[in-house]
Design a protein around this ligand. Structure first.
Ligand code: KIV
Length: 273
């Protein structure tokens, strides 16, 4: 049986700040990041001692049942960021800028990112390398911390022709460097060979957070539903399922159905005298 062992941060919920997150690299402290989209999940992750909660636009798939994240709106991201922010006492909250909320111009990026900060995020994440450097720099100038995202950027699936591992080393390294120079405090690297994940990590001075990018990244991120075994539609190779909550939930609900039908539930202890 898996036992919950509270970490030091769970016992002492001191907030993780952007400068602390950034300094993890020079202090050789690995960073654990997980997505969450609602109050209860965020509270569980926070109390377990996670360093950073990402309110990811992956909610399009795992919460809304969409085939990809492209239809997710800024209004939906603001709503989920508010839900998460109400629960968190320790973790850094990073909220995703969804598709078309930042690509039009740097001014649009600042306006959209500012709304996520007003909803309770401490920082935003946006996808893209060199071509998004101006948007990142504009947010940085407006005191909005930005986490970059390079490699397999899910908002680019139509350009890539699907969720495909990105193998262009020069392009990925150039993108990561451009994101760092534009002022990002950290960079997600997704869906690249492990050797490339390591090269990017050794090239930039800010922490890299890998997802399908190998073990050499400064930290790792997983989607809540993947980590806990709640999502079966798509099982990427890089996912490790730390629990099978989907199976456990089906078992529990099945038992509830049986007990309602055979009259075992509610028992006298569940009634008012
Ligand atoms: O939207 C998301 O959850 C993400 C992570 C997978 C990095 O961007």
């Amino acid at each position: 049986m898996m036992r919950y062992c509270p970490s030091e941060s769970a016992m002492n919920p001191k907030p993780v700040t952007v400068p602390e997150f950034r300094s993890a690299k020079s202090q050789a402290r690995r960073l654990a990041v997980v997505t969450a989209y609602d109050y209860t999940s965020a509270k569980i992750a926070d109390q377990a001692g996670i360093d950073c909660i990402l309110v990811g636009d992956s909610l399009g798939m795992v919460v809304q049942g969409l085939p990809n994240s492209l239809p997710v709106s800024l209004g939906e991201m603001i709503y989920h960021t508010r839900c998460v922010a109400r629960a968190v006492k320790h973790a850094l909250i990073v909220a995703d800028l969804p598709f078309l909320s930042y690509q039009v111009s740097p001014a649009q990026a600042v306006r959209s990112a500012g709304k996520l900060l007003k909803a309770g995020a401490h920082a935003v994440k946006l996808e893209g390398g060199e071509r998004m450097a101006d948007a990142i720099a504009a947010c940085h100038r407006a005191d909005i911390p930005v986490m970059g995202h390079v490699g397999l950027t899910p908002q680019s699936i139509h350009r890539f022709g699907g969720f495909k591992v990105q193998r262009d080393e020069d392009l990925t390294l150039r993108d990561a460097k451009a994101v760092e120079l534009a002022g990002a405090f950290s960079i997600v690297i997704e869906g690249v060979p492990s050797t490339l994940g390591a090269k990017v990590t050794n090239t930039v001075n800010v922490p890299t957070i890998g997802i399908g990018a190998g073990a050499e990244c400064d930290g790792q991120v997983l989607v809540w539903h993947d980590l806990l075994g709640l999502y079966d539609e798509f099982r990427p190779k890089f996912v490790k399922r730390y629990a099978e909550l989907g199976t456990a939930a089906k078992g529990a609900i099945g038992e509830y159905i049986r007990e309602v039908k055979d009259g075992t539930f509610p028992g006298s202890e569940h009634g008012f005298q």
